[in-house]
Design a protein around this ligand. Structure first.
Ligand SMILES: Cc1ncc(COP(=O)(O)O)c(C=O)c1O
Length: 439
């Protein structure tokens, strides 16, 4: 950065309104552990593991760089068709040991969106090769986030205006309501609601014609409302409904996977068997782009040929980096650590509930949220631009956090320690106090 060029002139930033960077750009120059440093040497505590939350093992892991380097020198690339490579074979084997239940076969891609595309295609392949060729519909949920490419965008139900510019989208996706109890879409209260959000999926299927539906896709714990975990019975009911109609269940583990929620996978909290899972982010801790899809032997059994290919599928360098990343996670017990630190983080977040604008706090493992409201009793909506202002206040104080609609959402690197959590809670407390005073 020699100050002569404004990098924003030539570089397009994702989902960044031009007003947000008109007064200058923060350039992140390096990272160490849970800390990142900008072009002026200012240090930030990164409570978002790289903002899109992949950096599970923290910044600056030389072992991962070395593993990628060694593989680059040995074999930089070879096609995923007809040939295999060592790191991809090993990674599939390692994943078969930790993936939920019977998930046993894997295909690697370069992002979460590609993983979702692959999962949707896999479900269609399954039905096609079984001779069931009418099933073209997918059920997703209002509030879901599954990525931005064609098929992934189709099933995107998030409140952010990301679908609308690209409409009309391809037909075939239908949306169920989400299990968002804080502001229940059916205006009911758990448990008296008898999980209508799950049971209503049956009615949706009846309406859409069960013989036309290929798969149901959902995040085990949902990003869209700020790390929202459904009631414990939710996934069991969805699983039973899918089984009733021969619909495959795709669980999107792109955020939840690899310890984010204090277990290897988010669905491990719910004790059900998915047919297909998607993965990305924590699989390689963001050191290299990598995503993946995993399925049971039952799903692959009828599929004679998976008519799907990215040049960079099963990429040896990405798989080698992921293998080292998973080795670190196991060696350092990061899943247990995430669980332990998550409990500590939740205790800290609960101290913020005394603020008049804090409606609810929540945390599963190290995935947390604060729900804001203008009226605690009525749970009135909170202006999203004020949540953005909270992130600006925190950033000035050296804390990186992110918004999710009316909530703040937190996903620190899994290596975070108690002192760092204390520091984050202190800054959050100050920022919320300032925001309250301004109201
Ligand atoms: C649940 C889920 N699925 C899919 C995606 C898309 O992943 P990517 O941004 O790597 O394409 C994301 C991204 O945040 C996600 O959270």
């Amino acid at each position: 950065m020699n100050g002569k060029t404004n990098p924003a002139k030539h570089l397009i930033l994702a989902r960044t309104h031009r007003d947000r960077v008109k007064d200058g750009l923060t350039v992140i120059m390096k990272g160490e552990g849970v800390w990142v440093f900008d072009q002026d040497g200012k240090r930030y505590l990164d409570l978002e593991a790289g903002m899109t939350r992949p950096v599970h093992v923290g910044y600056g892991r030389k072992e991962i760089a070395q593993a990628a380097y060694d593989q680059l020198v040995k074999l930089c690339y070879f096609t995923p068709m007809e040939f295999a490579n060592e790191p991809a074979l090993q990674l599939a084997e390692v994943l078969s040991e930790i993936a939920p239940g019977k998930i046993n076969q894997f295909f690697f891609v370069s992002s979460g969106s590609e993983a979702v595309e692959s999962a949707i295609k896999m479900a269609k392949h399954y039905h096609h090769f079984k001779g069931d060729r009418k099933r073209y519909k997918i059920i997703s949920r209002r509030g879901a986030y599954h990525g931005v490419t064609g098929g992934a965008l189709n099933v995107l139900g998030v409140v952010l205006p990301m679908r609308q510019i690209m409409e009309p989208l391809a037909p075939g996706t239908v949306f169920a309501e989400s299990p968002y109890c804080y502001r229940c879409p059916f205006h009911l209260t758990y448990p008296a609601c008898d999980l209508l959000c799950a049971r209503d999926i049956d009615r949706l299927i009846q309406f859409e014609d069960p013989t036309q539906i290929s798969a149901f896709i959902g995040e085990p714990i949902q990003q869209g409302f700020g790390a929202y975990a459904p009631p414990k019975e939710y996934w069991k009911i969805v699983r039973e409904i899918c089984d009733r109609y021969g619909i495959l269940l795709i669980i999107d583990e792109v955020i939840c996977g690899f310890g984010r929620t204090g277990k290897w996978f988010g669905i491990d909290h719910y004790n059900i068997q998915p047919d297909i899972i998607t993965m990305a982010k924590g699989i390689s801790s963001g050191y290299v782009p990598l995503g993946g899809v995993g399925c049971t032997d039952n799903v692959m059994e009828p599929i004679e040929i998976f008519q799907h290919l990215h040049t960079y599928s099963n990429h040896p360098v990405a798989c080698a980096a992921a293998l080292k990343n998973l080795e670190i996670m196991k060696k350092e017990n990061l899943i247990e650590h995430a669980r332990e630190m998550g409990n500590y983080f939740l205790d800290g977040l609960r101290t913020l509930e005394s603020h008049s604008i804090v409606g609810e706090v929540r945390c599963t493992g190290l995935w947390a949220g604060i729900e804001f409201t203008l009226d605690k009793k009525k749970k009135n909506p909170f202006p999203p631009q004020q949540v953005v202002r909270l992130t600006d206040r925190a950033k000035k104080k050296g804390l990186i956090i992110k918004t999710m609609g009316q909530a703040l959402e937190f996903a620190p690197p899994l290596i975070i320690q108690k002192e760092e959590i204390d520091q984050a809670i202190r800054i959050l407390d100050e920022s919320i106090t300032e925001e309250e005073k301004g109201l």
